[in-house]
Ligand binder design. Structure first.
Ligand code: BGC
Length: 717
């Protein structure tokens, strides 16, 4: 459709039509009872005809919902503008990939793009045309439950993975693509004390240098939608935050796409204490150019009145509506409103071989080997292994936000192991994964089978929905019952390998100290069982690197690698040092740092060098390092480049990730890995809040995790 045709559509719309285009209702809000609409939309005063004119519907993801929308609303009422279905398509639609926090550990941008591309394919044939993903909230505190949806703690990794996801979802806006949404803009992951929806307060330096970059990268990658977060920033809820929503997003970054509020975020501004009533809410959100109101109806109730009072203008309303019409046009919805995919096509695509193969690769590349004294990989000739633990024989290893993915499509770890390993396998659940479960009755059987085998593989971790929205935690330990199970098993068998299933970093020092190996599978998705078996028995070497620090204790939180130095950094983490920035009763350092992850082989780094140790703005230098696979199987390594800006107009972090390369090396193979260091890599928002690099000395570090001290100095002159 041409711009002119879109304009003609807009010109033909009544004010009510326009306002309804800017209103989004969850499908579950219009229940039908004996043909009559009931539920929240009825309470909001919507008629059936009003519903047909809604711009977008949230989470109508299955066939009956889509048919209902088409037949009982759109067609029946002769609506001219197609309703778009916007849905939460997170780490997969039918085929579940690992949670994004896990996927980020792959440090593989192409993989991230492929996963969201396939999620989009499955979602689009189900009728979905817009997704509420990708979440690029940076998180430094694992108490926050939504950390599982994020790419972790690093701005650069967030930029790379977020942009890749956006590209994958959107492609070229073809038949199998969906419009993607960068959310939750901004700072949601910085909620105080990790408590969901809690206050966010930070300096503009931190906002611009740490929290905004992944959003900017998504916008630059072409994200069509943006969702403001529930939290406040500089004292104003994001849904009505003009500085962020207009000055930065629209004016500074030039974002022309659609903004959609979060669920119920409009009236929550009253609870925040920013607006006194719904009319003020509608005015303030509209003024902040929030195009679509999700799940509430203050626009429906008050925009017309605000127009009549001259508080807002028809031109502003048209601008918002046009943004949405353009998006629908870009998605081809006027020609094909996506209600017309055949059942046959769905069956062909949902969980097809290609998607499952990708899910397997993604799960394998996301897993992080946290400890290994050499016991892994397990020998397939080991005569007997006991699989114990609440996740070992479970189909639900998908984690939260699974939308249409189902545990029914998963083969549990135990069954997958039987395909790889031919020896004797025994199994006991031992205990449950519930956080407050104290039932010890399964432990006896578990100990009994543990005493009869060579090796015990024990699954520990969370319950699938314990890391999700509204799931903040005070305690990052495993459920007590799981420690009890471990301790009892250790009394009869010291050969214990732990498989961790979790949606967030947990405090597992007590486990680390006692067992021989820990392989963190996160929530690995539909093919998680097979991936686990392949890694355990060495069909593949683990290569994931932590996208987020694992603290020793929750009391260290927030703990992250790219912190500032302070005036009194701790010189020795192993002992009490007076009057320095540290704890008297424990270390500053976490259990496992950002970027950390072991392999079944050793990688040797040597010959780190720079092409020059000085350069000027506009030039660049080359950093190179030799990396050798000193093991006897092929394996992948993520070579990481960090930079420290020694002195700045504002203090700079001790280290920042600036580049990474994932390489595959055969046994004994050595490869030169190069990075180009340029002015952009050294740029940041300084004392004047202007972006740019400052002259001076820098340190480049290279290595296999953020703790590396393999470094060289250079200077920007
Ligand atoms: C979440 C969003 C989500 C929306 C729609 C909200 O509660 O914060 O991330 O997209 O619900 O389901």
């Amino acid at each position: 459709m041409t711009e002119k045709e879109l304009q003609a559509i807009l010109d033909g719309m009544t004010t009510e039509d326009k306002i309804l285009q800017l209103t989004q209702m969850p499908y579950v809000y219009f229940k039908k009872d004996g043909g009559e609409i009931t539920g929240p939309v009825k309470e909001m005063g919507f008629s059936e005809a009003d519903i047909s004119r809604l711009g977008t519907i949230l989470n109508a993801r299955n066939q009956s919902a889509v048919t209902d929308l088409l037949e009982n609303y759109q067609l029946k009422n002769g609506a001219k503008i197609p309703m778009a279905i916007m849905a939460d398509v997170t780490h997969g639609f039918k085929t579940a990939f690992p949670i994004w926090l896990g996927l980020a550990c792959s440090f593989d941008e192409q993989l991230a793009e492929n996963c969201s591309k396939m999620a989009a394919t499955e979602a689009s044939v189900a009728g979905v045309s817009m997704t509420c993903s990708t979440m690029v909230d940076l998180v430094r505190d694992p108490r926050w439950g939504r950390v599982m949806e994020s790419f972790g703690e690093d701005p650069y990794l967030g930029e790379v993975m977020g942009a890749a996801n956006i590209r994958g979802f959107q492609g070229n806006f073809g038949r199998y693509n969906v419009a993607a949404c960068a959310k939750h803009y901004v700072g949601y992951g910085a909620c105080e004390a990790g408590r969901d929806y809690n206050t966010v307060d930070m300096s503009e330096y931190t906002l611009r240098n740490v929290y905004l970059p992944p959003f900017k990268a998504c916008i630059e990658a072409g994200a069509q939608i943006l969702m403001p977060a529930f939290n406040i920033m500089f004292g104003v809820p994001m849904t009505m935050n003009n500085k962020l929503m207009v000055d930065i997003l629209r004016e500074e970054w030039g974002f022309n796409g659609v903004t959609v509020s979060d669920y119920n975020a409009f009236p929550e501004a009253i609870t925040h204490g920013l607006a006194q009533n719904e009319k003020e809410v509608a005015y303030k959100a509209f003024d902040a150019e929030v195009d679509i109101e999700m799940a509430t109806a203050t626009y429906v109730k008050y925009l017309k009145e605000l127009l009549q009072e001259g508080k807002i203008s028809m031109a502003q309303l048209d601008k918002s509506v046009m943004r949405q019409l353009k998006l629908k046009n870009k998605l081809g919805l006027f020609e094909n409103p996506r209600y017309s995919y055949s059942e046959e096509e769905k069956q062909k695509l949902f969980l097809c071989e290609e998607h499952r193969a990708l899910a397997l690769t993604a799960a394998e590349e996301s897993a992080v080997l946290l400890k290994n004294d050499g016991v892994l990989p397990l020998d397939i000739n080991t005569e007997s292994i006991a699989f114990i633990g609440p996740h070992a024989n479970e189909k639900n290893i998908l984690g939260a936000w699974v939308t249409e993915c189902s545990p029914d499509d998963v083969t549990p770890v135990l069954d997958c192991v039987k395909d790889v390993y031919k020896g004797r396998v025994s199994y006991a659940k031992g205990c449950s994964w519930d956080i407050d479960d104290c039932d010890e009755s399964g432990i006896k059987e578990a100990v009994e089978i543990a005493s009869k085998v060579k090796t015990v593989v024990l699954t520990l971790g969370e319950a699938p929905n314990d890391s999700s929205e509204g799931c903040s935690k005070l305690n990052l330990d495993l459920p007590e019952i799981q420690y009890k199970l471990l301790d009892e098993i250790l009394k009869v068998n010291k050969n214990v390998v732990v498989l961790l299933f979790t949606g967030r970093p947990l405090t597992i020092k007590r486990v680390h100290d006692k067992v021989r190996a820990i392989l963190n599978m996160w929530w690995p998705g539909t093919e998680g069982g097979r991936a686990t078996a392949n890694l355990l028995f060495g069909k593949k070497s683990p290569c994931g690197k932590l996208s987020m620090t694992f603290p020793i204790t929750v009391a260290q939180c927030p703990v992250y690698y790219n912190h500032f130095n302070t005036g009194r950094p701790r010189s020795d983490d192993s002992k009490r040092v007076p009057f320095c920035s540290g704890y008297i009763d424990g270390p500053n350092k976490p259990l496992y740092p950002f970027g950390y992850g072991l392999s079944y082989v050793k990688f040797e780094y040597s010959n780190f060098s720079l092409s020059a140790n000085k350069f000027t703005a506009g030039e660049s230098i080359k950093a190179s390092v030799l990396v050798k696979n000193a093991g006897n199987i092929e394996a992948k390594e993520v070579v990481q480049l960090y930079i420290r800006d020694e002195f700045g107009s504002i203090v700079r972090p001790v280290k920042e990730l600036k580049g990474f390369k994932k390489i595959l090396l055969n046994p004994g193979e050595e490869q030169e890995v190069c990075f180009e260091i340029d002015e952009k890599m050294l740029s940041f928002y300084g004392a004047d809040l202007k972006y740019g690099a400052e002259k001076g000395t820098f340190i480049a570090f290279v290595g296999s995790n953020s703790d590396t001290d393999y470094s060289i100095k250079f200077e920007l002159i």
